[in-house]
Design a binder for this molecule. Structure first.
Ligand SMILES: [Zn+2]
Length: 503
């Protein structure tokens, strides 16, 4: 089966921050997990480079919008690499292939009769690049997201007949109750639709930095439509000489809740208007909060994921974000919280367990995992784990998947405490029991290692190499699937203690 997962494309006038890293890591975890299941995966991320905010930021710096895009797109590309993302393509909406494909799709929308010319006026936020409805705006005509004063804009535009899709969207939501997840976001999107959809501007006449409207070159497309289409256009040119659309479309989208309205209403309507299948699903995550505030560039409370990765490695950040905050909800993150989980969970619960197991198998069994019957308590402990992890990942509940795995890491720690293999080693008549205990520990670690590969790609792989385990597919993530006899590899400390320089 094909699995196509996307992050939002990141607005190029921002600096990459933890919020961007968060979504990218989430998509990467899903992509890696699905590859382990033998699915054919395509993973897309990239940058959104058009529109007024980019023009304004470029002007402020005295450079062209293109130069700003070239410079900042690199930062987002680097961020993806730095967090360990295995994206198959990095799209930039300034790619000529994307721009041509946008024109083609929107020409189709026009030809299908869903576009008309009209006069637009309303409250506009230049930072959002969006008009706000009366219900949305804050007191004093301020943006509900940026809290800045809105501008009353008036211009002649082409409109997209969003209102024509009222029934079809309501039907989509009725037919597919899991189309937007989690449930509270589904409800929010549906209630927005049920308030009654009004037609929206498809083009801007006052702006030049964008995709030219083919039937009227004095306009460019409104940046949101150009940006949303990236998910679809990328497949047509990501592989030179090959069109991947039929193979991978429709996509699973990961988005933040601030862009729900666009993705849950405009986007499916636009696709319907162009006779294109709507996405497979949209998963909406919450905000990472610092001191209970949204982390965002405009609020100036950004913390740098690059710094954390330089000190602790990408795996530790990947682990922390999905361990600390239930994916889908808002949650607080902090440096203290990070260091605490690094020490107590990664270094102690997993790292020490791996070390102890590795050194006992080395010392007592010459570095070969004994062949023995699986201990019954571990067999039942691990029963159904891989299936639970897969089911959670299918629902994009990454944190639940991780919780299920970690429960077993803790069970292995209890097992080693209870069995005290170092005592069994002193008693020759207990050799068979020691074999069982060591096999159980090595096998349990192997299974958790395979399941952790999508979250801790580097460290889990090192663990598996140390255990002499070769298989990486989910199929082999069952307790007892390996029968012992593997020769251990080298194991260096997986999560070394980090001495930080005092700030
Ligand atoms: Zn705004």
């Amino acid at each position: 089966m094909a699995y196509y997962v996307t992050t939002p494309i990141y607005y190029v006038n921002a600096q990459p921050h933890l919020g961007h890293a968060y979504t990218t890591i989430a998509a990467d975890i899903l992509a890696r997990h699905m590859r382990q299941r033998g699915e054919e995966v395509f993973f897309l991320t990239g940058t959104d480079e058009h529109g007024e905010p980019v023009t304004v930021a470029a002007e402020r710096e005295g450079i062209t919008p293109r130069e700003l895009g070239d410079r900042n797109a690199v930062r987002f590309r680097d961020m993806a690499e730095k967090v360990g993302a295995t994206n198959d393509f990095f799209i930039r909406t300034s790619d000529p292939e994307h721009m041509a494909a946008v024109q083609k799709v929107l020409q189709k929308v026009y030809d299908n009769g869903y576009v008309y010319k009209g006069q637009y006026e309303g409250w506009y936020c230049p930072r959002c690049a969006d008009f706000k409805t009366e219900q949305e705006i804050l007191e004093g005509n301020r943006c509900p997201i940026h809290e800045i004063e809105l501008i009353w804009e008036q211009e002649e535009n082409y409109f997209f007949k969003l209102s024509a899709f009222q029934e079809r969207l309501e039907q989509l939501y009725a037919d597919r109750p899991e189309w937007v997840r989690p449930q509270n976001r589904y409800n929010e999107a549906l209630s927005f639709i049920k308030q009654g959809l009004i037609d929206v501007s498809l083009t801007r006449a006052t702006l030049r930095w964008g995709v030219e409207v083919p039937w009227d070159p004095s306009h460019v497309f409104y940046v949101w439509f150009d940006a949303l289409l990236n998910y679809y256009t990328a497949l047509s040119y990501a592989r030179p000489g090959e069109d991947l659309t039929d193979r991978f479309w429709p996509a699973v989208h990961l988005i933040g809740k601030d862009i729900l309205k666009f993705h849950a209403t405009y986007w499916p309507a636009l696709l319907m208007a162009a006779d294109i299948e709507v996405p497979k699903g949209e998963y909406v995550h919450g905000y990472l909060l610092m001191n209970d505030q949204k982390m965002s560039k405009s609020l100036g409370n950004v913390i740098d994921p690059f710094e954390v990765i330089d000190v602790f490695g990408a795996d530790a950040l990947r682990f922390y974000l999905f361990r600390e905050v239930a994916f889908g909800q808002d949650g607080s993150v902090s440096t203290e919280g990070f260091e605490q989980r690094y020490t107590s969970e990664l270094a102690n619960e997993l790292g020490n367990l791996a070390n102890r197991t590795h050194s006992m198998v080395s010392k007592y069994r010459d570095g070969v995992v004994p062949q023995a019957d699986p201990p019954a308590e571990l067999t039942s402990e691990f029963d159904g784990l891989a299936e639970d992890v897969c089911a959670a990942m299918d629902r994009t509940e990454i944190s639940s998947a991780l919780e299920a795995i970690w429960k077993r890491v803790r069970a292995l720690n209890r097992f080693v405490q209870e069995q005290e293999p170092w005592k069994l080693a002193k008693d020759e008549s207990a050799a068979g029991q020691l074999d069982q205990v060591l096999y159980g520990l090595a096998e349990g670690l192997r299974v958790t290692g395979v399941l952790l590969l999508s979250i801790l790609p580097e460290k889990a792989d090192r663990l598996l190499v140390a255990l002499g385990a070769e298989e990486r597919s989910i199929e082999c993530a069952h307790f007892g699937a390996a029968s012992g006899g593997a020769t251990l590899g080298e194991l260096e400390q997986l999560f070394p203690r980090v001495e930080r320089e005092p700030a």
